[in-house]
Write a protein that binds this ligand. Structure first.
Ligand SMILES: [Zn+2]
Ligand SMILES: [Zn+2]
Length: 294
């Protein structure tokens, strides 16, 4: 199997950001302009409990209407992003009905549900794996890092545990931009769509035709037999995460390396592989986890 379609175009997008319609520091026009100037192909506006609507396109950049809804559990919070929801979301979702009904509400409003910043929220793997019908989980959330927060932006380890416990979620990198003083235009997804349209983006999100990134680019990730093979832009490290405790080929390192192989071990009951690449500046990209067939 392979994660990407050879030769097909990738589009760049940020699916989590706020405006002055909730607690963001910039009005919609200025927030969207930052992303347009940075060459993004699509964004989704996700104000807290508000559906911020824009024209569907700004220049050639697509703008999706979204929302962020949140729930309080005794030991954690749950924030859900709804991508491309219609206005019925405002009557379908309510805090008192809990997160699963929030996910259902997002889907009933025509949208796709994403679990936001699970490490920041202190979500457990039990919580993450109990939620049904999530399209993706945020593996990196820019604003959950210093100086805007403590240091809980990178949920890779947590999502590895969720995978090891049986649920392989596809992963997004997002900004969750609020401050617009450096928390914008940092973390994004690269998505292979048939065309830059609402339908094109939604359909590619559903099928997992994307990877999360802060800069490094995947060309291809394949699984053939027992070999996971990566081709990418020049990076300093290529990491292979899985549920097997030790593997001698888990980290390939070098100057400007553009590929590496990893051998899976079925006798060690290896169930998934997640590929992460890191460039010389420490910026990362995360491929969606690959299930190992038995
Ligand atoms: Zn949030
Ligand atoms: Zn947010």
């Amino acid at each position: 199997m392979r994660l990407f379609e050879p030769g097909k175009r990738f589009y760049k997008g940020n699916l989590h950001m706020h405006t002055t319609n909730s607690d963001g520091k910039l009005p919609l026009d200025e927030a969207a302009q930052r992303y347009q100037d940075a060459g993004y192909d699509f964004i989704c506006i996700t104000d807290h409990w508000k559906r911020t609507v824009d024209a569907h396109t700004r220049g050639r950049m697509l703008v999706l209407p979204g929302i962020e809804i949140d729930y309080f559990l005794p030991t954690q919070v749950i924030h859900l992003v709804g991508i491309n929801v219609d206005e019925s979301i405002l009557t379908r979702a309510d805090r008192k009905w809990g997160p699963q009904r929030g996910i259902n509400a997002i889907r009933d409003a025509g949208g796709l549900a994403v679990l936001a910043h699970p490490l920041w929220s202190l979500n457990t793997t039990e919580t993450i794996n109990s939620l049904r019908d999530l399209t993706a989980v945020e593996i990196y959330n820019t604003t959950s890092a210093p100086p805007w927060n403590g240091d809980r932006a990178d949920a890779t380890g947590l999502l590895d545990m969720a995978c090891a416990n049986g649920v392989l979620h596809n992963t997004l990198a997002v900004d969750d931009a609020h401050h617009y003083n450096g928390d914008e235009c940092v973390s994004f997804i690269m998505l292979q769509a048939d065309e830059l349209s609402v339908e094109g983006v939604m359909s590619a999100l559903k099928t997992g035709a994307f990877y999360a990134s802060q800069g490094p680019q995947f060309t291809q990730v394949t699984l053939e037999g027992d070999t996971v093979r990566v081709a990418c832009s020049p990076v300093s490290r290529i990491l292979f995460h899985s549920n097997r405790p030790y593997a001698s080929d888990r980290c390939a390192q070098g100057k400007g390396i553009t590929g590496a192989d990893y051998t899976i071990r079925r006798d060690w009951n290896e169930r998934f592989v997640r590929v992460i690449i890191e460039d010389a500046q420490g910026r990362r990209a995360w491929a969606n986890p690959i299930p190992i067939p038995y």
